[in-house]
Design a protein around this ligand. Structure first.
Ligand code: BES
Ligand code: MN
Ligand code: ZN
Length: 493
């Protein structure tokens, strides 16, 4: 897909389709400056009044001019257009173009900008939607829907602040391509996407973007005394891997931001076996890891001047004769002992050792991303990821990045009052806290291992994938985290 920015007038450009936005009163944006004959043609189509009133709906008509087709998209009055509207319109436009013979698209940006949205921001959302909308899951289907069309999207801007818009397009592209990698990894079946497969992916990204990738094998994980992580991996024939990625493009003196991703490539529950229904979806239990890899790809592509470390504990959670059992007590890398009362609460067991490992970077900030609890889905559903942090500034920065990138998150409490739910009679801490506040007690468990740095936890159990007929990974929260990191570079400059 190619993206271009042009400042020629609309009558001097040509394409398979031009996209025009009409508001609820059937009016076009006043700053379009269409020439008379083209305006007349457009008016005659608008008069037919085929377009639904619902926001972001699209209708396509043939038109005989320097554009073969006209795509009309319904928007609010220009001042009221929201970011969500722009993203939804963009997604619908791309979907409707996918099935017709159109590969060059002209999109005047002025129509989607107002006080809250500048043209650069609109171009970024369109770029993301275009790459996201053309994503197909077919690597394992014999009948591949190959997209042999080479799309070319021409953003038209009247008075282009060229450099600024171009950099937003570049950011949008990098974010969407990172998110597509996250989707690809999530969607792969668990017999292919194993810990070793994730490790190889990290090596590939490191090679493509001049990062460092180190993979620790079983023996090396044992030497680090990651007893909690190892207890989860024990029941599986797949070798666990501890994946380390280092993107060092910031100042040497700058402390890194560490991203930690839960990499359970299949969560059967272990001896505390899950029920059978929808158990296949537990292949998505590595979406935290896939998010870290997707974000590393995005920041590599943008060559962000930051120091970022990615850490991924990766293994399967399986039942076996030597698998960890309810009642077992293990010793984590931190030295704390953990009573495992439910082997299905395994995410926190692999993350706690990775969080301890993160200490060696003397990090500025550590953020872990995990499909951690079913309780999170009950609390927030599928629209918002849950953010937990004792640090208000960090929590607010994450929420802000989520709002700006339309990859929303909502803050949950992480108060001391919840901590006693994790008391154990036999060890320093239990791995479950009972039915109440399940996503909070999971975060409380992790918080015990993060006292040496500023930390946030993002539970993506409800947002990482869709179930049902459009089952598939969403690529969330790659946009949120990428935007968070992009904000960091802007603060430094
Ligand atoms: N990977 C699951 C969480 C999950 C479940 C995410 C369903 C998305 C959908 C996690 O490992 C798990 O099994 N958590 C348990 C914890 C419980 C045993 C305290 C849960 O949520 O049921
Ligand atoms: Mn589990
Ligand atoms: Zn899990």
């Amino acid at each position: 897909m190619k993206f271009q920015l042009k400042s020629d007038s609309i009558s001097n450009l040509s394409a398979d389709i031009i996209i025009l936005a009409i508001n609820e009163n059937n009016k076009l944006c006043s700053s379009l400056n269409l020439d008379k004959s083209f305006q007349d043609k457009v008016d005659s189509i608008i008069k037919l009044d085929d377009l639904s009133k619902s926001i972001a709906s699209v209708s396509i008509s043939h038109i005989n001019s320097n554009y073969k087709r006209l795509g009309l998209v319904r928007v609010q009055n220009q001042n009221d257009i929201s970011r969500e509207d722009v993203l939804k319109s963009a997604t619908n436009i791309i979907r409707s173009i996918k099935s017709i013979k159109c590969s060059t698209i002209v999109l005047p940006l002025c129509q989607f900008s107002n006080k809250k949205i500048n043209e650069g921001f609109a171009s970024k959302l369109f770029t993301r939607a275009a790459i996201d909308g053309l994503y197909e899951i077919n690597s394992l289907k014999s009948d591949k829907k190959v997209l042999n069309k080479q799309y070319q999207i021409i953003f038209q801007a009247n008075k282009p602040d060229n450099a600024a818009i171009k950099s937003e397009i570049k950011e949008g592209q990098a974010i969407a391509e990172g998110a597509n990698l996250t989707k690809d990894l999530g969607n792969l079946p668990p017999n292919i996407c194993t810990p070793t497969y994730l490790a190889n992916q990290s090596k590939k990204i490191a090679k493509d973007y001049k990062m460092k990738s180190t993979i620790l094998n079983l023996k090396q994980i044992q030497q680090l005394k990651m007893g909690s992580f190892l207890s989860v991996a024990k029941g599986s024939r797949e070798e666990p891997k501890f994946i380390i990625m280092e993107h060092k493009k910031g100042k040497k003196s700058e402390k890194p931001i560490v991203l930690v991703g839960k990499g359970i490539t299949f969560d059967s529950g272990g001896i505390s076996l899950k029920p059978g229904a929808a158990m296949d979806e537990m292949k998505y239990d590595m979406c935290g890891a896939a998010t870290v890899l997707g974000v590393m790809k995005t920041i590599g592509q943008l060559n962000l001047p930051l120091n970022v470390v990615g850490l991924i504990p990766a293994c399967e959670n399986m039942p076996d004769g030597i698998a960890v059992k309810p009642g077992d007590i293990v010793k984590s890398m931190s030295g704390k002992t953990i009573e495992i009362l439910n082997t299905d609460a395994e995410g926190r067991l692999i993350l706690c050792d990775a969080l301890t490992y993160a200490e060696r970077y003397k990090p500025d900030t550590v953020i872990d991303i995990a499909t951690l609890t079913g309780a999170c889905v009950i609390a927030l559903g599928h629209h918002a990821s849950a953010v937990f942090s004792e640090n208000d500034a960090l929590a607010n920065d994450l929420l802000k990045a989520g709002n700006e990138s339309i990859d929303k998150a909502w803050r949950m409490p992480l108060w001391e009052e919840y901590q006693p739910l994790l008391n154990s009679n036999f060890a320093d801490i239990a791995n479950i806290g009972g039915r109440a506040a399940g996503s909070i007690t999971a975060a409380c468990f992790l918080s015990r291992f993060t006292k040496k740095y500023t930390w946030a936890h993002i539970d993506i159990a409800g947002t990482a994938w869709n179930s049902g007929s459009n089952k598939g990974a969403t690529g969330r929260p790659v946009s949120l985290l990428s935007q968070f990191l992009i904000h960091k570079t802007k603060k430094l400059n």
